[in-house]
Design a protein around this ligand. Structure first.
Ligand code: NAD
Length: 393
């Protein structure tokens, strides 16, 4: 019996398109993407569509069933080949480890699904090209999940650069620093980049700073890179000594098509840094700087202030309704957390599918993922050969 005064909301009362979602993987990113889909209907007052969480997939039945129940999926699969054929699913979201991105993403595109894949798009240029070709051939929408494009402060920076507020751009100076491998005596597994897929720091977090450089300043045409593994022997938790080949850090000089130059640094042994992603852009009439450890603020310097004695950077709180990507249910100054990058990224993709809009230029497509892969490959080749590399996409 319905309690007195209680009004039932029927599903049909929501005149909003539903989009069936299938998520492959329930680890760190499985949780972050599920959280984003769940937040979309109440973070945005008029979402383009409601994500309908049809299924999540994993190989361990007990664990994936538990994840499905806790994250409110209708059910689960233990075989991704079956999930990509589910007719209720329109978007397949691949959040498996880097070396598992290729096959499910291609199969999903071939089954006519729109595809999201976490970064880096693949482990090699060849795999990334095959994935890019598959989504283009199938004519499906695609997103390589470079989530930092979807922080309001980053989007404001892009707007300011495109409006010409900084004038001619000279420099991009970006770095992504973590510390998990700084202690050579710690177990191998602590250095996430050297165990599991052994992707290394360049693919793991260096990819983010490369995408940020391209997003803000445009295409990179040439580079000179230096990549290092400082600790080539580590001992696993089980006491097994292992040779480590995954890179632990890199420094790269880049040349943009615009004539600007940049430095990109990534490290997994930057002692004391938990997750510091920072960049700075310098132009003839101004500069911008951003730090993931203070993600709601953009440091803005414009070289035309009226008072010379207070000339300096302004700390702008990018939380106002006039700013890009307002997170509508948070009032001004109520800072959004790291997870909102994914909320905005996945909402953008859902909107692009629902309204048949292009994912680029704000969302990174598989083409962007492929180009990032070409750059990473160039950095590794440059370091191996000691040569400057002119890139071919
Ligand atoms: N954009 C970001 O901020 C960000 C942050 C961290 C990781 N990532 C990327 O996200 C991806 C996933 O990373 P993670 O940290 O979530 O990893 P994770 O190890 O926590 O989770 C991976 C999941 O994939 C599942 N999986 C692996 N092989 C499978 C298969 N054959 N079939 C079904 N499920 C399978 C695992 O069981 C697990 O649930 C990686 O590509 C990583 O580089 C992105």
């Amino acid at each position: 019996m319905t309690p007195k005064g209680f009004n039932v909301i029927e599903d049909a009362a929501f005149d909003v398109r539903r989009i069936g979602i299938g998520v492959l993987g329930y680890g760190f990113m499985g949780k972050v993407h599920s959280n984003a889909y769940l937040k979309i209907p109440y973070s945005f007052s008029a979402p383009a569509a409601f994500p309908d969480l049809i299924a999540i997939c994993g190989r361990d039945e007990a664990r994936v069933a538990d994840a499905a129940a806790r994250m409110r999926y209708r059910g689960y699969y233990t075989d991704w080949k079956q999930m990509v054929q589910d007719p209720r699913i329109e978007i397949i979201d691949n959040v498996t480890p880097d070396d598992r991105h290729r096959a499910p993403s291609i199969a999903a595109a071939q089954a006519g699904k729109h595809v999201i894949c976490e970064k880096p798009l693949a482990m090699t240029v060849r795999d990334a090209a095959a994935m890019r070709d598959a989504v283009e051939k199938a004519g499906v929408k695609n997103l390589c999940c470079f989530n930092y494009r979807f922080f309001p402060a980053v989007r404001l920076a892009k707007d300011l650069i495109e409006q010409g507020a900084l004038g001619q751009i000279y420099h991009f100076r970006g770095r992504y620093l973590q510390e998990p491998g700084h202690n050579p005596a710690a177990p191998l597994e602590d250095a996430w980049y050297a165990s599991g897929t052994k992707s290394g720091i360049l693919l793991g977090i260096g990819s983010h700073i490369i995408d940020m450089a391209r997003f803000l300043l445009g295409e990179i045409l040439a580079l000179s890179g230096l990549v290092r593994t400082y600790n080539t022997r580590r001992v696993s938790r089980a006491g097994q000594a292992e040779t480590v080949t995954a890179d632990e850090g890199s420094v790269t000089l880049v040349e943009f098509a615009s004539g600007a130059t940049g430095t990109l640094e990534s490290s997994g042994v930057a002692t004391g840094h938990r997750n510091q992603h920072t960049w700075e852009v310098n132009g003839a009439q101004g500069s911008l700087a951003w730090d993931l450890e203070d993600p709601n603020h953009l440091q803005v310097f414009l070289d035309r202030g009226p008072l010379p004695e207070v000339r300096g950077f302004t700390n702008v709180s990018v939380t106002d309704p006039c700013h890009p990507l307002p997170t509508v249910y948070l009032p001004v100054g109520h800072n959004a957390g790291w997870e909102y990058g994914h909320v905005h990224a996945l909402n953008h993709f859902v909107e692009c599918v629902a309204q048949d809009k292009p994912v680029a230029p704000f969302g990174a497509t598989f083409e962007d993922g492929y180009r990032c892969q070409v750059i990473m490959d160039g950095i590794l080749r440059s370091s191996r050969t000691g040569r400057r590399i002119e890139l071919k996409y």
